[in-house]
Design a protein around this ligand. Structure first.
Ligand code: C2E
Ligand code: MG
Ligand code: MG
Length: 557
């Protein structure tokens, strides 16, 4: 196929001469001025291979055209040869400054023109090839290696230094998609660039390291290391630095480490091991790194089984709602219930939430399951209202992943409206760890829900490591004290002491308290003594099918 040459000249005779010289070897098109030429370039994007440009023209002259072309990302790599009258060095130097590649002089010399054009085209091909090669090896956003090149460099490093200890590291940012959805893609890109800069800086003194960007917020590195402490310090350092980028969000860099034991293994497989390791810390806000261990391979297989069973289970409604009553401790009366999901598989029996909820939190399916549970809870309430009962409120769990859904408030409001459920009957339990990761977002979401009449319970209170800070910042309506306070503490009396102070503090803040996991009479007595109002636990009732709850709550007398 012939290369396309665009001749830009207002003089018809000049254009004809050039046409005669070039039309055997090239496909020649013409424009009368810079403006027309730009229009042609836009209309035939990527098709014009070279331009021969006159300088003095009406409408838009050659200088202006050079400026516009130079500023256009689409056209700035097309070689431009300027046609000048001999002996105007000022014009020529100005043209070169604006990006012209070469000159041809009037009167035209056919041979010279052909050579100059050919050379320019060859140079531009070469440039293009280099650019493509660069793009194949480097990530455009960060300038780091992209996946393939990183893998090749890692292979080279491992082969070249077989005596050294290497670790393959995978780094990603927990909840990175939030940055994009809250601040927009450009901010998200800016965030990624900052992470890339941190990596570059960290490794600037280390000759036995290579690193790259795999995709979105995922990076990989291969580095020599001395001991685990070095790696853990790195994880700590990054955590501090990343936190400072967007302080309100407390973004967490998550590190998966695979200590290379077999350097001959495929780099891809090493990366997968590092990835399995990093999955261990998703959802953990205490430790942002994990090492690959052999058992993880099995965990991955089990997890995959659950993932494969999920969709059919949802379609066949194998998720069922159980309800555990909550009791008013002083009066021994039912004061409502908590909806807890159960997965009934005919061949495996019951799968417990502890097994599948963490899996769903990782693959995002939890949002769908949450909605499913909420909708069925609304149906239950609707049924009871239609039967003429005056139901007590029931609470549903809102997973921390659902909290990140920017449409959460609308979603819940329209659900409750469509079943015509008064919002005070449909309570929401948010786990404490969600508050600690993202107080800013949670505070906003909670405020909106409370304004719409919903009651918010803080679930698992005391399980995190800054529970009291959370209380200071967020006005929840009810505290649910974590089950672990019911267990015997190693120091006798310790749990009881903490429990008593939490209850008295909550009373001062005018927040009702529910104690979870109450299994023994002695615990009930103790809780009564310290003024705790509500309990939920096996001592009174285990989670039960909704029909049983209905019997218990409305029909027993
Ligand atoms: P949670 O929300 O804190 O729920 C309380 C858990 O404690 C339930 O476990 C309940 O069966 C158990 N429990 C209640 N009383 C006692 C007791 O006296 N002793 C002991 N040992 N345990 C007691 P379950 O149903 O296995 O659920 C575990 C967790 O899974 C829940 O903790 C909640 O975080 C999550 N979960 C359960 N259902 C759902 C759901 O529908 N959606 C979401 N997002 N999460 C759910
Ligand atoms: Mg709960
Ligand atoms: Mg709980």
């Amino acid at each position: 196929m012939k290369n396309v040459v665009l001749i830009v000249d207002d003089d018809t005779i000049n254009r004809m001469i050039l046409m005669n010289i070039l039309s055997d070897d090239y496909c020649v098109i013409e424009a009368e001025n810079g403006y027309e030429a730009l229009q042609i370039l836009d209309a035939h994007e990527g098709r014009v291979d070279a331009i021969i440009l006159d300088l003095i023209m009406p409408v838009m002259d050659g200088f202006e055209f050079l400026i516009q072309c130079g500023e256009s990302e689409k056209h700035n790599d097309i070689p431009i040869i300027v046609s000048t009258v001999a002996g105007n060095p000022e014009h020529e130097s100005h043209c070169l400054e604006l990006g012209a590649w070469d000159f041809i002089r009037k009167p035209y010399n056919a041979k010279i023109i052909r050579y100059r054009l050919k050379n320019a085209l060859e140079r531009s091909q070469l440039q293009l090839m280099k650019k493509l090669q660069y793009m194949e090896s480097y990530d455009a956003l960060t300038g780091l290696y992209c996946r393939d090149r990183f893998q090749r460099e890692t292979r080279r490093l491992l082969d070249e230094y077989p005596q050294k200890n290497f670790v393959l590291v995978r780094l990603d940012i927990a909840k990175f998609q939030l940055v994009n959805s809250f601040f927009g893609i450009p901010q998200g890109d800016g965030f990624i660039k900052k992470i890339a800069d941190m990596i570059k800086e960290y490794f600037s003194q280390n000759p036995y390291a290579t690193y790259g960007r795999m995709r979105a917020d995922v990076f990989a590195m291969c580095m020599e290391y001395q001991d685990k402490r070095e790696l853990e310090n790195m994880a700590g350092l990054f955590r501090e630095k990343v936190r400072k980028i967007i302080p309100e969000f407390d973004m967490i860099p998550v590190f998966g480490f695979y200590l290379v034991t077999d350097p001959k293994m495929e780099v891809n497989a090493m990366y997968d091991f590092a990835k399995m390791a990093s999955k261990q810390c998703k959802g953990s806000y205490i430790q942002n790194f994990a090492y690959y261990e052999d058992a993880m391979g099995q965990d991955v297989i089990n997890e995959q089984k659950i993932v494969n069973m999920t969709r059919p289970a949802l379609e066949q409604e194998k998720f069922v709602l159980y309800i555990q009553p909550k009791y008013d401790i002083q009066g021994d009366r039912i004061a409502g219930g908590e909806v807890l999901v159960r997965w009934k598989e005919s061949d495996r029996g019951m799968i417990s939430p502890g097994e599948f909820i963490p899996v769903f939190e990782r693959n995002g399916f939890i949002m769908q399951l949450d909605y499913y549970v909420w909708e069925h809870a609304c149906k239950l309430l609707r049924g009871w209202l239609d039967k003429g009962y005056t139901p007590m409120p029931i609470s549903v769990n809102v997973s921390r992943v659902s909290v990140y859904n920017p449409n959460l408030v609308d979603l819940i409001c329209s659900l409750v409206e469509s079943y015509q459920i008064p919002p005070e009957l449909f309570q929401l339990e948010l786990t404490e760890s969600a508050y600690t990761t993202n107080p800013f977002l949670i505070r906003e979401t909670m405020k909106k829900l409370q304004e719409r009449g919903f009651t918010i319970l803080m679930d698992d209170f005391g399980s995190g490591y800054s529970s009291l800070n959370v209380l200071k910042d967020i006005a929840v309506d009810v505290l649910k004290i974590d089950m672990k306070f019911m267990e015997e503490a190693e120091i006798p009396g310790r749990s009881e002491n903490i429990l008593a102070s939490v209850v008295s503090m909550a009373q001062r803040l005018k927040m009702p308290v529910i104690a979870e996991g109450v299994e023994k009479k002695s615990q009930v007595d103790f809780l009564k003594g310290i003024g705790c109002e509500y309990v939920q636990g096996f001592y009174f009732a285990k989670p039960m099918p909704s029909e049983e709850y209905e019997q218990l709550a409305f029909c027993a007398s």
